[in-house]
Design a protein around this ligand. Structure first.
Ligand code: SAH
Length: 246
């Protein structure tokens, strides 16, 4: 079932059920009243990532919080998408963009990976989570992608999950066309790995290519920025082996 694109969606941490009365945070009250210009009686969709999506009505708006009356279930809770997105973090502005695009493109788990050329030592998980929520409200999903603690590339590969294929965007892969390799993965548990601005090191490339679960793919004849590569690769994966095929 597609999301209702006409109504505003708001993420709430609270439990949701018919008749529930929920007090929003101060920020959410400001957003509803002053950004969305909502008043008493205005309707919106609310979701918490656990209980599905509900139609709600604004019962009252004050400075410190808005009161929402939860009415009816509009879409039942959906399972967590299984697509694992492994990314070398980028500088803050680009990272915000990267996280939001990964959510819109259907990643279910975000795994920051520290590689040799990663330029961002500290990763703000709270900021990543805020970007996940913002993207989830915008793109109509009901389950909230999770972000894991950062891992070094070697460590991530050491503890790799049995049965999951890792699509590795390799700018040194032969040829330009990723489709032959990707279409062989339909129905498999998948992950995607995109490198940092500086690319992977020779040692990292050799390590990745030597692993049986790694599927190196080219992304055309041009060198893409990491955030471009991420969106392009996610689109290819969803269209050839993911939820764009449905
Ligand atoms: N090493 C490159 C930059 C890497 S771009 C340079 O010469 O500066 C960042 C990441 O995007 C890469 O690590 C790779 O994962 C992906 N990427 C970019 N262009 C690609 C291509 N044409 N094919 C496959 N992956 C690509």
């Amino acid at each position: 079932m597609r999301a209702n694109y006409r109504m505003q969606r708001l993420y709430l941490p609270d439990d949701l059920s018919a008749g529930a009365e929920i007090e929003t945070t101060r920020e959410q009250a400001h957003y509803l009243a002053h950004v969305l210009r909502m008043r008493e009686g205005s309707e919106l969709l609310v979701f918490n990532g656990r209980h599905g999506e509900w139609l709600a009505e604004i019962a009252g708006v004050a400075k410190k919080s808005a009161r929402l009356a939860v009415r009816t279930l509009t879409r039942p809770q959906t399972p967590q998408p299984d697509l694992l997105y492994c990314f070398a973090p980028l500088k803050q502005g680009r990272l915000d963009y990267l996280v939001q695009k990964a959510v819109e493109m259907g990643a279910g788990i975000l795994q920051p990976v520290i590689t040799q050329h990663t330029q961002v030592p500290r990763i703000g998980l709270e900021r990543i989570e805020a970007n996940i929520i913002e993207a989830a409200e915008q793109c109509g999903i009901i389950s909230i992608p999770i972000v894991r603690e950062p891992l070094k590339l070697e460590r991530m590969l050491e503890i790799w999950e049995e049965g999951r294929r890792l699509v590795y965007c390799d700018e040194d892969a032969p040829g330009n066309n990723p489709l032959p390799a990707l279409s062989a993965l339909a129905g498999r548990k998948l992950a995607l790995l995109v490198g940092p601005e500086g690319g992977f090191s020779e040692a990292e490339r050799a390590m990745l290519r030597a692993l049986p679960f790694v599927v190196p793919v080219p992304l055309g004849p041009r060198i893409l920025r990491a955030d471009t590569a991420a969106v392009a690769a996610l689109a290819l994966i969803q269209a050839s082996a993911g939820d764009w095929r449905a």
